[in-house]
Design a protein around this ligand. Structure first.
Ligand SMILES: *[C@@H]1O[C@H](CO)[C@@H](O)[C@H](O)[C@H]1NC(C)=O
Ligand SMILES: *[C@@H]1O[C@H](CO)[C@@H](O)[C@H](O)[C@H]1NC(C)=O
Ligand SMILES: *[C@@H]1O[C@H](CO)[C@@H](O)[C@H](O)[C@H]1NC(C)=O
Length: 388
């Protein structure tokens, strides 16, 4: 067995050497002389292609037009194959292309010459056809890879965006489609849990909160379609972007409160509310971008109130970034309608504080929730996310 495969291997190498030697000379003749098709060489071409895959053009890079320097030494200096377009120009005639030319270079898009050093250095690594020197560190989605003794050594984190998972979901019948959201590219699943969520599980007191009495209608009394943005087009605010700040507790509360204040005041107060105000100033048992509780946020909205988004914009002075300290830039006192100082954003004049009455819990009956939304506006809900 061993002997056999050795023989086969030698034979194929010999065949390639022979072919490239023969065809090399073609470069010295006017075109058209070698237009006779050779079935035998096509056959060998196929065989050796499977044996030499990834050895020549993939390493050498492809070149446009005719470029006699765009070659690859196979065994000895005398045996050369080419990775330029010219090698395949006599279609379907004889070729002096390298075995993997058809796989690597023969695409409808223009072949591009690679920037790789030539001849290839003794050490270093390749990724997607690019050469990286020994010791280079690159990022591959959420993992970092180091070229060590010509091999990539990568960390083995589970990434938030995974091509295989996207394909798996989209080939099944799950009722939704997965996509590569570029803002999540490069994050680990663990990082996603930490930075893209951020509401603590409900406290005992929140779970034991008495539900407001439901006054729901039978289901058929509801309209077939209802959307808050259609019912109150001027008063519903766009969703807020928490970026990589795990403070959904503050962002969702600011957003729901702003909608409800606008609806309740019949359009007298339509300002966006400052989630940053909550993240940075509501610090009692709250942890800013590392998570917090929604009942704490609602209590803060009742006692202190928050300013508008324009007054205290999100990510003000980068203070929501992980490295930044979480400094509160407004001070509010109980019972006052304005902060003690001007807005952090000097361009905004109004330092008015917005407050809410006590928060309450809606019954978990679906029609009770529908009635609540139709009468008073958006509600806030919590979902528990698990990795499966
Ligand atoms: C996903 O998106 C990122 C950023 O836009 C991109 O760099 C990456 O190649 C994409 N990955 C896949 C598998 O499509
Ligand atoms: C709320 O903020 C968004 C940007 O996040 C802005 O486009 C919109 O005009 C703001 N609305 C109000 C009422 O300030
Ligand atoms: C604050 O505003 C509320 C409602 O507009 C008003 O009733 C109250 O008198 C104001 N308080 C102060 C101290 O101005």
């Amino acid at each position: 067995m061993w002997l056999k495969s050795q023989i086969l291997l030698l034979y194929c190498i010999a065949s390639e050497v022979w072919m490239t030697k023969q065809l090399d000379s073609r470069r010295n003749f006017p075109q058209g002389l070698y237009s006779v098709e050779d079935g035998g060489s096509a056959k060998w071409n196929r065989l050796k292609r499977s044996l030499y895959q990834g050895r020549s053009c993939r390493v050498r890079g492809c070149c446009t037009g005719r470029n006699d320097d765009c070659n690859f030494n196979i065994i000895s200096k005398a045996a050369i194959c080419y990775c330029d377009q010219f090698c395949a120009s006599d279609s379907p005639g004889p070729v002096d292309c390298c075995a993997d030319y058809w796989d690597v270079c023969d695409h409808p898009i223009e072949p591009t010459r690679s920037d790789e050093p030539w001849p290839p250095p003794a050490s270093g690594c390749y990724k997607d056809g690019r050469y990286y020197g020994e010791g280079t560190i690159i990022k591959d989605n959420c993992n970092s890879c180091k070229c060590f003794q010509s091999l990539w050594k990568c960390s083995k984190e589970v990434c938030l965006v995974r091509q295989d998972l996207i394909q798996y979901i989209n080939s099944g019948d799950y009722g939704w489609k997965a996509d590569n959201y570029s803002q999540f590219w490069g994050m680990t699943v663990e990082g996603g849990f930490k930075k893209r969520l951020g509401t603590f599980p409900p406290s005992h007191s929140l779970l034991n909160m008495k539900e407001a009495p439901g006054n729901s209608l039978p289901e058929e009394k509801f309209p077939a379609f209802f959307a808050a943005t259609y019912a109150w087009p001027e008063w519903i605010h766009d969703p807020l972007d928490q970026r990589s700040c795990g403070a959904s507790w503050a962002f969702s509360t600011a957003s729901v409160a702003a909608d409800r204040i606008a609806i309740h005041s019949k359009g007298q107060f339509t300002d966006n509310l400052s989630a940053q105000n909550l993240v940075s100033c509501d610090t009692r048992n709250q942890h800013g971008c590392n998570g917090g509780s929604i009942d704490g946020a609602w209590r803060y909205l009742k006692t202190h109130g928050v300013v508008s988004y324009a007054c205290y914009p999100s990510f003000w002075n980068d203070h929501l970034e992980a490295s930044g300290e979480n400094h509160c830039y407004v001070s509010s006192e109980y019972g006052k309608n304005y902060t003690n100082e001007p807005c952090p954003n000097a361009l905004e004049e109004s330092n008015q504080l917005y407050r809410c009455a006590s928060h309450y819990r809606v019954s978990s009956k679906e029609t009770d929730i529908m009635k609540e939304i139709m009468d008073k506006g958006p509600v806030q809900g919590m979902v528990s996310l698990e990795d499966d």
